[in-house]
Design a protein around this ligand. Sequence first.
Ligand SMILES: NC(=O)c1ccc[n+]([C@@H]2O[C@H](COP(=O)([O-])OP(=O)(O)OC[C@H]3O[C@@H](n4cnc5c(N)ncnc54)[C@H](OP(=O)(O)O)[C@@H]3O)[C@@H](O)[C@H]2O)c1
Length: 331
Amino acid sequence: MENTFQCLLVTQQEAGGFNLEVTQKSIQDLPAGDVLVRVRYSSLNYKDALSASGNRGVTRNYPHTPGIDAAGVVEESSHPDWQHGNEVIVTGFDLGMNTSGGFAQYIRVPAKWLVKLPQGMTLRESMTYGTAGFTAALSVAALVRNGVTPEKGPVVVTGATGGVGSVAVSILHKLGYTVQAVSSKTTSQDFLTSLGASEIIPRAEMEDQSGKAMLKTRFAGAVDTVGGNVLATVIKSVHYGGTVTACGMVNGGELPITVFPFILRGIQLAGIDSVEFPAEQRPAIWQHLATDWKPANLESLAHEITLPDLPEAIQTILKGKMQGRALVKID
Ligand SMILES: NC(=O)c1ccc[n+]([C@@H]2O[C@H](COP(=O)([O-])OP(=O)(O)OC[C@H]3O[C@@H](n4cnc5c(N)ncnc54)[C@H](OP(=O)(O)O)[C@@H]3O)[C@@H](O)[C@H]2O)c1
């Protein structure tokens, strides 16, 4: 094992702004932790773009290496649960936020952040999903848990061409749901259809301006990834007893809605958090992603990039223009 390794480093400039460069770090620069992992793949999520552009709500101190996802092989471990050579996935917790992240050849993390790579999944596939896919799976799990079955009617996915959205469309299609996709991208019709969406709804149609407390019902359930007025419109459009999951806020952190859909239609709003999701419940979700929830088209959900490609990809995701997932090949 060499003492230095490659990583993406984000540095705050004296003149303001943040500089991104691929550079070398030494193993001693990594934080203390139980397990040193040689990273093979990472992936790009919206939160990484926030970290890489100086969002203090995500990352307090710079220089910093982002990357909330990593998949690789245990190099050294001082914890009895993990041995040299184990293939592992790390997503969420503090990785890439205030702990040096997965856009690097090595990470060092607490043992409880690691999930064993499930049978039926490669390291590459695990990062094709990454946090976005794990979040999509948590969202689908909430619908299933609340009894939104394919027979109940169509399920809508918002931000459908994005990371969470595209994986959600694919999983729901695999599970036999009729999936309707909300997207702003007029050029993504073919992509969304190939994932299994049966109808594409322009985003403008899901930004209700009528001020009505409830709208005509059209969905049995929803996976919302954008928040704001889109989420409010979705909640107002779900059938009696339906469930809407909420994980994101690119459309806004405010939720302009009344209590009426909840108290007159019994709608449930299920909050989704992938960051602090309990470690002991994670393997079951990854097991679904490795087996019965694995979309036939998983490969086509992501395009592969490398560390030097990240600055451009980060700009694309910040502008809301990313289609599918960006898989980062590290090693
Ligand atoms: N709670 C959690 O644990 C968790 C985990 C992962 C992600 N997230 C959050 O989930 C959201 C999506 O993450 P992601 O990684 O999938 O990001 P992403 O790849 O950038 O996807 C977001 C998608 O939302 C749509 N969009 C962009 N700007 C929008 C706007 N102003 N209004 C409405 N829709 C807009 C776009 O899709 P279309 O062009 O197709 O409409 C975009 O591709 C982010 O807010 C992220 O922070 C939360």
